[in-house]
Structures are given as C-alpha cells and as structure tokens.
Design a protein around this ligand. Structure first.
Ligand code: NAG
Ligand code: NAG
Ligand code: NAG
Length: 389
C-alpha cells in the first residue's frame, strides 16, 4: 500500500517518465524520421511523372486496388486557378495540397473550388478513383471489383463532397498521381514529415513518344504548356514551343533522379524509378514490383484485369484514359508516326535524360522505322542503366 506522503513524489516520477517517453518519441521521429514509420497506419504513394507518360495507366493500377484511395492530378485545380504563373511559383501550393490530401484533409480544396454546395464530382477526374465509386463514398458499386469510370460517373456523381474525406480515411493507402512537380527539393519536407509514410514512384517515358503524344493532345495541354514555359511563351515562335516544353520536362526528370542519388540511404529506399516501356513489355512483373514497393497485394482479379487492359484490342476511345488497348504497340507508335525530321531536335533537347534513362538515339530514319532495332537499354535493378555496345 502507498502511503499518502509518498503520493506526490510518485506522481512526479510518473509524470517525468511520461515526459521522457514523449520526448524520446518525438526525438526519434524528428531525427530518425528517415526510417520506416512504424507507428503510422497509412502508406502514402506519390506517382511522380509528366504529361503523356503513361501515368494514367499507372494511376489506374493503384486506383483500382481495393486498399487504395486514389486521386489523379489534384493540382489541376491550382494550375487552372493561376494560369499566368510558373511551375516554380506554384510548387509550394501544389506540395501543400498533396500533403493535406495524404492526411485526408480535403478542406484544402476550398481555395480552388467554386463557392456553394459541392459534390465529390467537383474534383478533377474524380471518377478515376475507384474509392469514390464504392462504399463508404458511394454504396451502389462493390468495393473489390474493377469499376469502369463510365459506370461510376453515371451512378456516383451526386454524392456530397464530404464523402471524399470519409472515403480517404477508410483506406490503408493514399495514392496521388502528379505531373506538376519539376524538382525533388520541393518534396523533401514531405519525405521527412513524421506524419507521412511517403513512397515516390517516378515514372519516365521515351521523350520521342511523349513528344508525339503531346502533339496529338496539344489543345488539351495548352494551359499547362503555357505555365511550363512562363515568360518564354511570348518569346518563342509557335513551332519552337513544343521543343522548349519538352526540354523543361526532360531536364526536370533528370534533376529529380539526380537529386535522389544525393539522399541518405533510408530516403533512397522511398524512391522507385519505372520506365513506361518496361511496364508495357512486362505488365504483370512490373505491376508486381510496384505493388510490392507500396506494400500492396497483387490480388487475382487485378492480375486478370492488368492482363486484359494491357493486351486488349483497339486503341481506347479517349486519349486520356487507358482501357482496352495494346499498350506495347501504343508505346512504339512514334517509331512509324513521328516524322523523322523532328527526331534529331528532340534527341538534342532531351539527350542527357535519354542517356541516363537508357533510351538509345536513332541516327537515321531507317533506324527509327526499323522495329527490330531495340531502342531501350537493358534495365539494371540497381537503378542504373548502361549501354551494352
Ligand atoms: C470503412 O468503410 C466500411 C464500409 O462503409 C465500414 O464498414 C468500415 O467500418 C470503415 N472502416 C474504417 C476504418 O473507417
Ligand atoms: C478480362 O477479359 C475477359 C474477356 O474479355 C472478361 O470476361 C473478364 O471479365 C475480364 N476480367 C477483368 C477482371 O477485367
Ligand atoms: C534492322 O535492324 C536489324 C537489327 O539491328 C538489322 O539486322 C537489320 O539489317 C535492319 N534492317 C534494315 C532494313 O535496316
């Protein structure tokens, strides 16, 4: 039995121990925050890519997973609000938006959505998120099946905005796909944030294929291209602009990769580079790799579906969405449809990043058209590419 006299002392000791524990807890998080965040229940994945680089497909691979709450390009709301800005001026706003989404705080959209009553369908491309098409966001469609966006749009567009946050909190993984980051430095605070358990998946694609695909969607990308170019938009001739935009994109992809190499080892493990071409050559193996990295199970119905969408027939009915089409063939389309006259200039503005990511240059139209010539250098699992010849 404790005597009343010793009670204050005991309380004092208990409180000191508690303070000590709390202190070491935060100390550990603040100074050792690069290790795996054991205490956190949610995993956050940022699919980092650029326009027309296969990120819709990769986004879908995550978005259709029953453990994932997914949003596609939420920063679209910021960029379309500040169309006269530059990517660098908007970086911090984009980063803060992503951080809030990872923490399921959707009030962050208040600044960018129209005033008045909102629906979940106020969000850009909301219907690409299976989580917003099934319980607890929308009770009509089952959670553990593949949900086509058309079905979702038809059945779930009237849900109030509040369900977005509710749904987000229901999942073990929050995945966001973004094409509007132009360096890695802006993301350092998120990598070190003790309340986040962030994994970055960096998706790159052959710039010649990106260029061709961008040409086909030039009108849709007009606002974005203008922001990417900033001041240069006025100064360059219309024909030169696409090369300049591509140069900025290639340069930023290169710099992101190089910045990772300077990170401490524990943070390097939070980065995975994926080439779109490797994904379409072996969708099942590369999807397995992505899921493993993110800590997701490759469920049987997802395996069948991945096989279906990457080896299906037809080219899909909308350039921005991946459904049944032969992804491998699509990835090669630039070889026969891009005029050779444009190729040397693309290879010039993107030469450094092509060399780094293992895309071989062509020196003639004959080489470009010759599909027996493999332009992809071998993949080295250590994360480096090398020329075999
Ligand atoms: C997730 O949603 C389901 C279905 O609405 C519900 O039964 C479950 O309790 C929720 N789980 C969490 C962790 O919110
Ligand atoms: C895959 O394709 C087959 C044949 O078209 C279809 O019956 C099946 O439902 C598809 N499965 C998935 C999960 O998409
Ligand atoms: C196409 O490339 C292959 C592999 O390098 C080569 O053997 C072949 O001669 C080339 N064909 C033409 C028509 O250039």
């Amino acid at each position: 039995m404790i005597l009343p006299k010793t009670m204050p002392l005991l309380l004092f000791l208990v409180s000191q121990i508690a303070i000590c524990l709390i202190f070491t807890h935060f100390y550990r998080y603040n100074f050792n925050s690069t290790s795996r965040r054991e205490g956190l229940k949610t995993t956050h994945v940022l699919v980092l890519s650029s326009w027309r680089s296969g990120s819709s497909l990769v986004g879908q691979l995550f978005g259709q997973h029953p453990d994932v709450f997914y949003l596609m390009e939420p920063s679209w709301h910021i960029w379309t609000t500040f169309t006269e800005s530059t990517p660098w001026r908007l970086h911090m706003a984009v980063r803060d938006l992503i951080r809030a989404i990872f923490l399921c705080d959707m009030s962050v959209f208040d600044a960018y959505l129209e005033p008045g009553p909102r629906k979940q369908s106020s969000l850009f491309q909301w219907e690409t998120s299976r989580a917003l098409c099934s319980p607890p966001a929308c009770d009509i469609l089952p959670r553990d099946t593949i949900i086509p966006r058309a079905h979702c749009k038809l059945l779930c567009s009237k849900q109030p905005f509040e369900v977005v946050e509710k749904a987000c909190r229901n999942y073990s993984h929050v995945v966001v796909k973004e094409v509007r980051f132009f360096n890695l430095q802006v993301l350092y605070p998120l990598l070190r944030d003790p309340s986040l358990n962030l994994y970055i998946l960096h998706l790159v694609r052959d710039p010649r294929a990106v260029f061709r695909s961008r040409e086909q969607t030039r009108e849709d990308l007009k606002i974005d291209s203008k922001i990417v170019m900033g001041q240069e938009w006025q100064e360059l001739k219309e024909d030169d602009r696409p090369y300049h935009v591509l140069q900025v994109i290639c340069q930023s992809q290169l710099e992101i990769y190089k910045a990772v190499q300077t990170l401490p080892k524990a943070l390097k493990q939070r980065y995975l580079l994926l080439r779109y071409e490797d994904l379409v050559r072996d969708p099942l193996a590369q999807t397995a790799r992505m899921y493993e990295y993110a800590g997701l199970k490759f469920l049987p119905h997802l395996r069948t579906w991945v096989h279906n969408i990457t080896r299906g027939k037809g080219m899909g009915n909308n350039a921005f969405f991946t459904d049944s089409r032969d992804a491998l063939k699509t990835s090669q389309a630039w070889r026969w449809s891009l005029p050779y006259g444009k190729v040397p200039r693309i290879q010039k503005v993107c030469g450094d990043s092509m060399k780094l990511f293992g895309y071989r240059l062509v020196r003639s139209e004959q080489e470009q058209r010759n599909l027996s010539l493999d332009l992809l250098s071998a993949w080295n699992p250590a994360g480096q590419f090398y020329e075999e010849d």
